[in-house]
Design a protein around this ligand. Structure first.
Ligand code: COA
Length: 333
């Protein structure tokens, strides 16, 4: 799918994020599963992750991140017309987590639905909402990436449980006023031949969880790490290059690249292939691990609030995830 020729420029008016309080370090994990801080740091760059409380759901984290984004955008919840939550760990299969967020916020005018595109979900939501606003159907949108992955991990499987964490990130989109920055180009893609590389085999209609299979951890993520790694580097590079080219930018023009936060080696490979110096690439995965759809949203918020880019700067967001899916966006802040 290619970037649209938008009827109206769409501005990111505010961002927000929320991370649960509980920190789970590699050291602590290595007491319950056969791993080590050294292995995890060397292979992934992750040092610790956050774990939501038992009674803290995906919608709760999404709501907290959304409130911060709304505050920065200077919008009240009742002003919001569209809420899209990207998640693979919804509170319930139905209703959508976005409906819970709408209620929590009191955003009674908003249409609310979820997007399931795994780690690419936040940028899928950005693309969809950009179009829905630029078409004139909606004035604004709240897009949220939120995950409680800790509820869907096999904590005895060292090949997955060390990689993920919980959290939420949000952004408010609205039509740009003269002089404001905008989302310049977007790219999204899918390869359904590779569904098997990252999946949660049970818990859906194909394999309901029953008394007989409950012990098999079928509603936990499984992954073929090496294949995913190669795919991630190739597709993220291509997606980023496409939006950079469509925006008419050069690598030197980019103030900040905000990649999916899954693995530091993947991020370094992307920076290298895009010829963007490492200091212009934002990384926070050492603190949070991979928070799937939330990761790039949290990173965008932290980079923005931390002064990693400023008004008028050119930034590139780029992600990949289960599906397999990928996405990128070129944004003039
Ligand atoms: N601690 C210690 N050892 C571990 C381990 C852990 N947590 N997880 C796996 N191992 C072992 C493996 O069993 C294997 O042992 P063996 O050689 O005796 O069979 C060994 O470490 C090497 O595993 P390998 O899979 O070759 O490691 P890797 O270099 O490919 O790194 C990943 C594994 C998962 C970190 C890496 O492949 C990766 O990050 N892939 C991308 C995954 C990703 O980004 N997923 C997110 C999708 S959104």
């Amino acid at each position: 799918m290619s970037a649209n020729s938008s009827k109206a420029a769409i501005h990111i008016a505010g961002t927000g994020s929320y991370l649960p309080e509980r920190v789970l370090t590699n050291e602590e994990l290595s007491k319950t599963v056969d791993t080590s801080d050294e292995w995890i740091v060397t292979r992934t760059g992750i040092r610790e992750r956050r774990i939501a409380a038992e009674d803290e759901f995906t919608s709760h984290m999404a709501t907290k991140a959304a409130l911060k984004a709304l505050e920065q955008a200077g919008l009240a919840a009742e002003d919001i017309q569209l809420i899209v939550v990207a998640t693979v760990t919804p509170d319930t299969l139905t209703p959508a987590t976005a409906c819970h967020v709408q209620r929590n916020l009191g955003a009674h005018r908003a249409v609310a639905f979820d997007i399931s595109a795994a780690c690419s979900g936040f940028l899928y939501a950005m693309k969809v909402c950009k179009r829905m606003i630029s078409d004139g159907a909606f004035e604004n949108a709240l897009i949220i990436g939120a995950e409680k992955l800790s509820s869907f991990l096999n904590w005895e499987d060292r090949t997955t449980c060390v990689l993920f964490g919980d959290g939420a990130g949000a952004a408010v989109l609205r039509r740009a006023q003269p002089g404001e920055g905008s989302i310049v180009a977007t790219e999204i893609g899918t390869d359904g031949n590779l569904t098997r590389l990252i999946e949660m085999p049970g818990g859906g209609s194909a394999c309901p969880i029953t008394e007989k299979n409950a012990h098999l951890h079928l509603n936990a993520f499984t992954m073929q790490g090496k294949e995913v790694f190669k795919f991630a580097v190739t597709r993220m590079k291509e997606a980023a290059e496409k939006v950079i080219e469509r925006a008419g930018w050069q690598a030197d023009d980019i103030a900040c690249v905000i990649p999916h936060q899954a693995n530091l080696r993947i991020i370094d490979a992307i920076a290298d292939r895009l010829a963007v110096p490492n200091e212009r690439v934002f990384v926070n995965l050492h603190k949070y691990g991979n928070t799937s759809a939330a990761a790039v949203a949290i990173a965008l918020d932290e980079a923005q609030r931390g002064g990693r880019f400023h008004r008028g700067d050119r930034i590139v967001l780029v992600v990949f995830g289960a599906g397999l899916t990928w996405a990128a966006a070129a944004v003039e802040w």
